[in-house]
Design a protein around this ligand. Structure first.
Ligand SMILES: Cc1cc2nc3c(=O)[nH]c(=O)nc-3n(C[C@H](O)[C@H](O)[C@H](O)COP(=O)(O)OP(=O)(O)OC[C@H]3O[C@@H](n4cnc5c(N)ncnc54)[C@H](O)[C@@H]3O)c2cc1C
Length: 478
């Protein structure tokens, strides 16, 4: 087998890594049945008030499912307020269902603000815009660009809603940039009594500090104002480095590029670096458009090889990684930020103090090797600027977010259980939308303004209609 002929690029190696895991999950690579994920139960849907079945709900990866007894889709704020005011059971808001933690599941009412959609206004002088809460991030790029503006930063996909992304401090990477929540300048929401509330740094400031990472516990967010900036083009460069070299260079690369992230390959001696930097329109257009190519052959080849010789996993991944070529692509920022994720996975992410990121990652990679954990999915390492949002994982601290993934049809619990204590040792704070096991006791110790958040929540939702079982666990509500 000549791996040199594979000539892998970044997407191909990630997908090839994914392919290896898929074969493992099929039991072809020697993993035991005990390591297989439990299949989610097939849900039929609860019987609603009208005697008909209500469609069951599942999140993106399928690790969260629920059978709400009612689906609510208000058409406007008046109808939304009326629905909430007369609610006699719990209501959970759902955006795009891209959270891995049980933030959304409910046996009561599941509410979507699908009609609250679109850019509502753009103020060129302040470079701010107002967006309806259920707008997908992907829908904002073009209309803002037409007005000469762009989002300041973006996560690595764009299929979340603004309301969902802001609820969990969704973030991209770049040490000079905070999370999406940190660019919110004002919010409108309907509280648990059905009243419309507005907040900003100047008006209702306590609500503002709570609402910018609200985990859906304060009410239904209908719209928000966000700070944008002048539109810009980006050039993305990705390349494979020797693991030690990559770890040593991480902080310097973080400090010299607009955006920098790492993909660490478990069990391997390589790490991928990705930088994004501003380029002029002329430079962006002068480069050939790089497509990700058809990874299927690579996928199949690597899978077959590892099926046959699972004990050679490290050698095979190293050999594949060593052939990865540098890839450069450029374009409008929103085209470059948004990746397509067609392989489903589950994810745990913790943010540790920025200066401890490399040490924490090193310990995780060593643990995976020492415990021979059956995972080949790359770990993602990103940098986020600290903020002042009460429940933000980046509250008053510049952070390094480290994400562990496993394929959606593999048991992630054993892997995540081995890694979570390392995150806790480094004073990590979990991403609210990703898998973790912390309860209110541990969360309150991580957030100096936890009690202030609880006070705002009690005032916004005295009946507790926005609290599902998970919200009660992480906030300590009865
Ligand atoms: C493939 C993939 C890639 C991802 N990449 C990143 C990444 O790069 N960076 C990152 O930080 N995270 C990432 N995530 C996590 C994701 O961004 C968050 O979980 C985000 O909260 C999901 O947004 P959503 O629109 O799907 O909301 P949902 O998951 O549906 O809901 C999230 C929370 O928001 C609340 N909510 C939604 N809408 C409203 C509303 N209108 N009013 C009040 N509350 C509301 C819900 O009740 C819930 O508590 C990724 C997830 C996936 C599946």
């Amino acid at each position: 087998m000549k791996f040199e002929r594979l000539n892998l690029n970044r997407r191909e190696v990630l997908k090839a890594a994914a392919a290896v895991g898929v074969t493992s999950s099929l039991g072809l690579s020697g993993c035991s049945g005990a390591e297989q994920a439990q299949q989610a139960p097939v849900l039929q849907g609860a019987i609603g008030k009208d005697g008909h079945r209500v469609p069951p709900w599942s999140n993106w990866s399928g690790n969260q499912v629920s059978e709400p007894n009612e689906r609510l889709v208000p058409r406007d704020t008046d109808e939304l307020s009326a629905m909430i005011a007369k609610a006699r059971q719990g209501i959970r808001l759902v955006g795009a269902g891209h959270s891995f933690s049980p933030l959304v599941p409910t046996k009561e009412s599941l509410m979507s603000l699908a009609y609250f959609n679109g850019i509502l206004g753009i103020d060129n002088a302040s470079k701010q815009f107002e967006v309806a809460a259920n707008t997908f991030l992907a829908s904002a790029g073009e209309p803002l660009w037409q007005e000469g503006l762009s989002l300041v930063n973006m996560p690595d996909i764009n299929t979340q809603t603004f309301g969902g992304a802001v609820a969990t401090s969704t973030h991209g990477t770049g040490s000079a940039f905070g999370s999406m929540s940190s660019t919110v300048t004002g919010m409108s929401l309907v509280n648990g009594q059905g009243e419309v509330m507005h907040c900003s740094a100047e008006n209702n400031s306590e609500l503002f500090q709570a609402a910018r990472n609200n985990i859906g516990a304060l009410g239904a967010v209908t719209s928000m104002k966000m700070q944008a900036q002048d539109k810009y083009h980006l050039q993305e460069t990705s390349w494979m480095m020797d693991l030690q070299e990559g770890l040593e260079q991480a902080q310097a690369l973080r400090d010299t590029h607009r955006h920098f992230e790492l993909y660490a390959l478990p069990h391997a001696d390589y790490i991928m670096g990705i930088t994004l930097d501003d380029v002029s329109e002329q430079e962006a257009l002068s480069q050939p458009r790089v497509t990700s190519g058809d990874a299927y052959e690579t996928f199949k080849t690597l899978s077959k090889v590892i099926d046959a010789v699972p004990f050679m996993k490290r050698f095979i991944i190293n050999t594949g990684a060593s052939t990865v070529t540098k890839e450069v692509r450029s374009g409008r920022n929103y085209d470059i930020f948004g990746n397509v994720r067609d392989i489903r996975f589950n994810e745990m992410e913790y943010s540790v103090p920025a200066e401890l990121g490399v040490k924490c990652l090193t310990e995780i990679l060593d643990t995976i090797k020492k415990q021979n954990i059956n995972v080949i999915f790359p770990l993602e390492v990103r940098y986020i600027k600290g903020d002042d949002i009460w429940l933000s994982p980046f509250y008053q601290r510049d952070s390094c977010a480290i994400s562990c993934h496993n394929f959606h049809d593999k048991d992630y619990k054993k892997y995540f259980a081995a890694i979570e204590p390392i995150f806790l040792k480094y004073d990590g704070r979990p991403h609210w939308g990703k898998i973790h096991t912390l309860t209110a006791k541990e969360q309150s110790a991580r957030y100096p303004k936890f009690d202030e958040f609880l006070k705002v929540r009690a005032a916004m939702d005295p009946r507790g209609i926005f609290a599902n079982a998970h919200i009660k666990t992480v906030l300590g509500l009865s």
